[in-house]
Write a protein that binds this ligand. Structure first.
Ligand code: CP
Ligand code: NVA
Length: 309
């Protein structure tokens, strides 16, 4: 039996598979815009399991699966036995006998890895504490749409060394670009966990204590909430610690004149980003959000059907 292709971390696919996915997402998006049907997943079912809140991930996967001709089952911790301590292994065995694909948003990465181990069908990471691969897939697709290949480019990460930052580092190693990271002290990226090899080359990762320096000469500036889901108890402490890690027009001004601004959303204007940046001319956050749906349609098609010509 061939191994099931899951998508639990960005490193689960290689550069050639990403090149295929980006091409495929372009085609799928073009057809969507032209109101042309694209239904390779008729009679297939996606189960979506949410243990944390979501707007974009829920809508993009649900609308996307229907557009592909399939259907969706939506579960949350509160309305399923997952919230009443049914073992994750048992949930995986049962759910994966009834559906073709599972998307999970949960807390520890170890939990989704365990689900995948016992699943008969591909499992997609819809965000964990450690990683958010579908978002980076959409972000890189958005960069390519606006500016061409990301290879050799520099991405500035301003803020928390969180799931998004970890995934950017994985993508930088895999697709050969660089991430300049500036976090407050105590909120650094866990390089060992994020990296494929445990140690990321300076060609792909550089740290800066001053966020302005991380943005200097960057092709893309990106930020995320100061407090991720699951860390709400730290909110007040984080507000103090992150005060200087807000993306401002001055930071955008030291990036390349062609630099884009991205944010996975939801955003807090006046916290991690100023309104004139996120609502300004260099911001592509709405394309970025929309592209979640197009790239995930390409991903679901790929996981179930492989490469199509
Ligand atoms: N960016 C993102 O994953 O958004 P949601 O939390 O709304 O799904
Ligand atoms: N880092 C954020 C991303 C939200 C899409 C979180 O985990 O809450």
């Amino acid at each position: 039996m061939t191994a099931i292709q899951h998508y639990l971390q960005f490193t689960d696919l290689n550069a050639s598979q990403y090149a295929y996915l980006f091409d495929r997402a372009t085609l799928i998006k073009m057809k969507f815009k032209a109101y042309q049907k694209h239904q390779p997943l008729v009679d297939r079912t996606l189960a979506m399991i949410f243990e944390k809140a979501s707007t974009r991930t829920r809508v993009s996967f649900e609308a996307g699966m229907y557009q592909l001709g399939g259907s969706v089952v939506h579960l949350t911790t509160g309305d399923s036995q997952l919230g009443r301590a049914e073992p994750i292994e048992d949930s995986a065995r049962v759910i994966s006998r009834m559906v073709d694909l599972v998307m999970i948003r949960t807390f520890e990465q170890a939990k989704i890895e365990r689900f995948a181990e016992f699943s008969r069908v591909p499992v997609i990471n819809g965000l964990t504490n450690e990683f958010h691969p579908c978002q980076i897939l959409a972000d890189i697709f958005t960069y390519i749409e606006h500016r061409g290949s990301i290879q050799g480019k520099t991405v500035a990460w301003v803020g928390d060394g969180n799931n998004m930052a970890n995934t950017w580092l994985q993508a930088a190693e895999l697709l050969d670009f660089k991430v300049n990271v500036s976090t407050p002290s105590g909120y650094e990226v866990n390089e060992k966990m994020a990296s494929i090899t445990g140690k990321i080359s300076p060609n792909h990762y550089q740290t800066f204590s001053n966020p302005m320096d991380a943005c200097r000469g960057a092709d893309l500036v990106t930020a995320d909430v100061w407090t991720s889901m699951g860390y709400e108890a730290e909110n007040e402490v984080r507000k103090q610690a992150f005060a200087a890690w807000r993306v401002t027009a001055d930071m955008m001004a030291v990036a390349k004149p062609t630099a884009l601004f991205m944010h996975c959303l939801p955003a807090h204007r006046g916290e991690e980003v100023d309104a004139d940046v996120i609502d300004g001319a260099q911001s592509v956050v709405w394309d970025e959000a929309e592209n979640r749906m197009h790239v995930q349609k390409a991903l679901m098609e790929f996981l179930l059907l492989g490469r199509l010509s």
